[in-house]
Ligand binder design. Structure first.
Ligand SMILES: [Zn+2]
Length: 70
């Protein structure tokens, strides 16, 4: 289980608040603390968050210059 704290409480797609119980897509920045059969991830912060239903890929490119593209 991974937990992350978001400083922004609204969806990056639709701008509506994200509330308890909603399914969301979160892109977190952090490092791999351990790599065995599974990866332990130490999150430092959240880069992007939106409702699962709002998610339609990375075409908006929240990163300047674009690190990840699909
Ligand atoms: Zn949304």
């Amino acid at each position: 289980m991974m937990e992350a704290s978001l400083s922004v409480i609204t969806c990056d797609k639709c701008g509506e608040p994200m509330i308890k119980g909603q399914d969301t897509v979160v892109i977190a920045e952090g490092k791999i603390a351990n790599s065995n059969e599974e990866l332990d991830f130490e999150g430092r912060g959240v880069r992007y968050a939106c409702h699962l239903g709002c998610w339609n890929g990375m075409e908006d490119d929240p990163w300047d210059g674009g690190v990840i593209r699909y």
